[in-house]
Structure formats: C-alpha cells, structure tokens
Design a protein around this ligand. Sequence first.
Ligand code: IN0
Length: 415
Amino acid sequence: MGSLGTVLKHPDDIYPLFKLKMAARNVGKQIPPEPHWGFCYKMLHKVSRSFSLVIQQLGPELRNAVCIFYLVLRALDTVEDDTSIASDIKVPILKNFHQHIYDGDWHFSCGTKDYKVLMDQFHLVSTAFLELGRSYQEAIEDITKRMGAGMAKFICKEVETVDDYDEYCHYVAGLVGLGLSKLFYASKLEDLAPDSLSNSMGLFLQKTNIIRDYLEDINEIPKSRMFWPRQIWSKYVNKLEDLKYDENSIKAVECLNDMITNALLHVEDCLKYMSALRDPAVFRFCAIPQIMAIGTIALCYNNIEVFKGVVKMRRGLTAKVIDRTKSMSDVYGAFFDFSCLLKMKVEKNDPNATKTLSRIEAIQKTCRNSGLLNKRSSYMVESKPSYNSVAIIAVFILLSIFLAFLSTKQPIHSD
Ligand code: IN0
C-alpha cells in the first residue's frame, strides 16, 4: 500500500509522524560547531536515522560517549562486512582495531556510500574519542578488542550449532550491551547491570535482525554470509537458500517460527534489565529498540513475506513507539500487546507450537505480574479513526485543494 493509503488506514499515526519529523529537523540544526564532533553527529544521523534521535536525547557527556561507541562499532562492522577484503588482511585489522582508535593517523579505506566516508574520515572519530573521559575510553577500547577478536574467529567459521549462534551474537551484539552498561555506569546515571542481562539485550536485537534480514543476506553479492544456525535450518531443508523457493514455503515458515521461538528466550532478561534502569533518557534509549524488536518479531512470525522481501514495521508505528515509550508500564504494555498478536498467529500444527506458546505465556505472565499493565494506552489495537484524526485529514485535504486552486489560477494583468 502506498504511503497515503497507509496513513488513511492509520490516521492516528499522523501526529506522531509529524512530531518525529519535527524532532529530526531540530536534531539536524543542532550539529556541534567543532569539525570532528560535527562529522560524528552528521555521520550518526546518516547511518541510523531514528536511533540517532534517541541518542540525542541523552545528557551531553553520555551522548558523546554513545555516539563514538556507535561509530567505532559501525566502522568495525564495515571491515567485517566487506567481502572484497581478503581474510589475511581483514583478520589483523579486526584484532587490532582497539589500538587504531587511539591513532589519529590510522586509515583503512573500505565499505561503500556513507560507510566509506566513515572509514575515510575515521581520524575525526579518533579525535573525538580522545576527548572522552578515561572511563568511557576504557569501556569502548575493551569492547572493541573483544568484538574484533570474536569477529576474526568467525571469519573462517560457519554458524553450525545454536551455541555457535549465541556465541556469534554475543560478539557482535551482546558485547554492545556489556559496553553500554559500562558507559551508563561511568556516567554515574545507572548501577552496573549484570553481564548476562546486558548480553541478552543485544542478543534479542541481533537475532531479530538476523531473522528479518534473511533475504537481504542470502542475496548478498558477491557472496552471501549467513547466520541462521545449521542445527535449526537443517531440520527443514538441505541448503539454507532452499528456504526462499516457493516449493518449500511450508518448511520455510516452520523454520522461521523455530528461529523466532529461539529469540523469545531472551525477552524475560530484557524486561528485567529495563526494569532496573533509573534515568528516563537512558531508559528510552534502551526500551525503544527493544519494543521495535518484539514488534518486528510479531510481524515476521508465520509470515512467508520474510523470504520474499523486506518485512518492517510501518513508519507510523515506529513513530508511535518513539513518541509513547516513557516508562516501564509502556514497555510491559507493548510486550504484552505484541505477544498477544504473536499468540494469535501460532497454528496448532506448527512443529514448535507448544514451545512457542509456553514462551509467550511466560512473557505475558511477567508483564501481568508487574501490576503495571493497566496504566498505559495500547497502540496495537487498531482504533477507529478518532474525530481529531478525521479533522486533521479533512484540514489536509481542504488545504491541498486550496493550494492546487491557487497554483492553477492565472495571474491577472492590468494593462
Ligand atoms: C545498539 C542497539 C542498542 C540500543 C540500546 C540498548 C542496547 C543494549 C544492548 C545492545 C544494544 C542496544 O540499538 C540499535 C538500534 C538501531 O540501530 N536501529 C536502527 C534500525 C534497524 O532496523 O537497524 C536504526 O536505524 O534506528 C542497534 O540495532 N544496534 C546497536 C549498535 C550500537 C549501539 Cl551503541 C547500540 C546494533 C546491534 C547489532 C543490535 C547491537
């Protein structure tokens, strides 16, 4: 459906979308004057539009540390992802990356588009990194070192077992959770979270990405890199790419549901991690991506479209999540609603139906037991267009007709 059609079907998306647009415009105007910080914030905005808005809402000290952490990780990722670099060149770069961030003269050109610019101008990220407080630098260095070594290990290793899958996700995302928890602690805004909970926060996000991005990853040129573990997909097909062919659609969806059931294992840890946060900005920063992930999971479950194209939450729903996530009651509410949607999609004849349903039940029980479920407004239930929204649409239409009328009117010449 086109974007106008989508908006007409969900008129209560209009106000959050408008607010998001305004917030993005304001962020664009607040780029710091120093060239290195200006580059970092412009780059952050380019590589992650909506997420950069949430980073901008953190206090200045923590915001700078998270911005640099994010860009360093994106640079490491660019090296890992570039299939044109030979392994014997790539492995030492990944392993030594934690040293390169201290070296303003270090440079390695790779990646494409915005990522190429990030790599070519990496000295500006280094300059900004060197201005961070020592405890922030140490946290970023430690995680970059461990992540680079983990990525190097998986350059020549396939993801065979579910343990390999958890290990790979730990390196590329669980460690991000450990690093962020260290940065929050260094800012004195939060207590230090247990590593296992921080790890689960990253694993839930990364597993959601890996599930959602099946087609994009398998179709990658020149060579696909896949992270779905053989231990799971081999129950359904002989080769991972067989999942995308129409004749295997039943097996493909069963395999997808198996992968989703695996990802649901991390949800309770994530809820526990978020419930311990105290600072409102840190809380929103953590909670928004998690709600987006459970929403994406609910959308992908039992959905053959994952093997045919991109399955993403509509922009208006993303805008609503960003607008409405303020407290733990919003998080429990969103997790409860999206797991209801998930539950409705489980079919009895799915080979993992019992396991999936029991994981959904456990999540819903945690949400109910919080005692916070009634203190929120649900954005899942499709509300009928309210008078307010209808009025907004009517004004839009009238305004468009008026503007169209003005632009077609001939100028009056007085001779
Ligand atoms: C992230 C995470 C992230 C945010 C908050 C708390 C976290 C705790 C543990 C681990 C990761 C945490 O969030 C981003 C979200 C993001 O980038 N979203 C994209 C949308 C999308 O579809 O990709 C956007 O453009 O808005 C995230 O996905 N990752 C990430 C990377 C670095 C940092 Cl500092 C925080 C990537 C990943 C691999 C999941 C960890």
